[in-house]
Design a protein around this ligand. Sequence first.
Ligand SMILES: C[S@@+](CC[C@H](N)C(=O)[O-])C[C@H]1O[C@@H](n2cnc3c(N)ncnc32)[C@H](O)[C@@H]1O
Length: 283
Amino acid sequence: MNYRHAFHAGNFADVFKHAILAGLIESLKSKQTPFRYFDTHAGAGRYDLRGDEARKTREHEAGVQRLLDAARLPAALHIYLNLVRALNSGSNAHDVAIYPGSPLLASLLMRDVDSATLCEVQAEETAALKKLFAGDARIGVHQRDGYAALDAMLPPPERRGLVLIDPPFEAQEAEFDAIEAALARALARWPTGMYAIWYPIKLRQQRASFLRWFARHKVPKVLCAELLLHPDNSALRLNGCGMVIVNPPWKFDRQLAELLPALREHLAQGRFGQQRVEWLSGE
Ligand SMILES: C[S@@+](CC[C@H](N)C(=O)[O-])C[C@H]1O[C@@H](n2cnc3c(N)ncnc32)[C@H](O)[C@@H]1O
């Protein structure tokens, strides 16, 4: 395991993923009853964009920094961006210095009655999570395989909530296989849960079988959003990314249809840009 998310924090893929995550968590708050948030691949929770890793790649400059500098963004982006701004409000500098990973973003949106289960395999990242959430009784941090944790922890006692699956994809095919196997078991235990699965886009055909898996397994309500900044014909770079959402909130496709064109416009890395929102099954 070589992957360290600190090299990529706040890049275009994080912006895509975290803006959608914020929308999903907000939708869970429309009911008063508590929900549980599961993060199977949690990372360190919070990233220092002035640290060595982020300074080496500067990926956030073509990601979250662009949106913070943009005028007239759709409402679907406001909650996410306001959280990033609030985290950086102590700094006089124009450049964003602190970037929230999915666990911190979720914790800032959760209410007192909601709770979160965070799984991470790397000791250093787990230690960072434990430090970040020390004293927050809503949040449990576990150093363990996130896929196996779902077998043990689903369904949650609240019977409402969201599972974010955001693996490092060090081996593309193997990771898709692992997600499919874990989802099949998770959906059998908790068919009404909301699941959001992030995936990278390099070559067109690499994700095709994964996207067909949902219809093949008769998962009833599945929405898919993709953002492409380069044509999907090169294995050498991250050309785009996608999110599959099982049991999405009502009218979430409309929210995505508002969000994605703005992301494409502001995160463009050249003249090419595509986005799509599609139901893989149900509607
Ligand atoms: C893409 S990063 C997560 C980023 C995080 N979700 C966010 O949005 O801020 C993937 C993380 O998964 C961890 N990881 C890899 N395999 C894992 C597994 N089987 N179970 C739990 N965590 C794993 C890696 O150490 C890495 O920190």
